[in-house]
Ligand binder design. Structure first.
Ligand code: ZN
Length: 91
């Protein structure tokens, strides 16, 4: 198992842990929710724009393509991401 080092307190945390044992920072793996929201918004805006200005069928197709492509891109981009979020400022 590969360990991660917490950037806040330098504690080694085992892969898969949800909380840092040193400073209680929350550990998040994979794609951040903000990226999913950004992909969805981009797909909705572009799909909506095309649907209004070109053709509603083309708009829905564009929406689906951007959504699926964006999600696949997110998973590839963030697959090895580990993020430490410290919420308590005790140390
Ligand atoms: Zn820590």
């Amino acid at each position: 198992m590969e360990n991660h080092v917490c950037p806040h307190c330098r504690t080694e945390v085992p892969q898969g842990a949800n909380v840092c044992t040193g400073c209680q920072a929350e550990i998040e793996y994979g794609t951040p929710n903000a990226a999913f929201i950004a992909v969805f918004l981009a797909a909705a805006l572009l799909g909506g724009w095309i649907g209004t200005n070109v053709n509603s069928t083309v708009g829905w197709i564009a929406f689906a393509i951007i959504l699926v492509g964006g999600l696949i891109g997110c998973f590839k981009l963030f697959t090895n991401r580990v993020s430490f979020k410290r919420i308590y400022k005790t140390r």
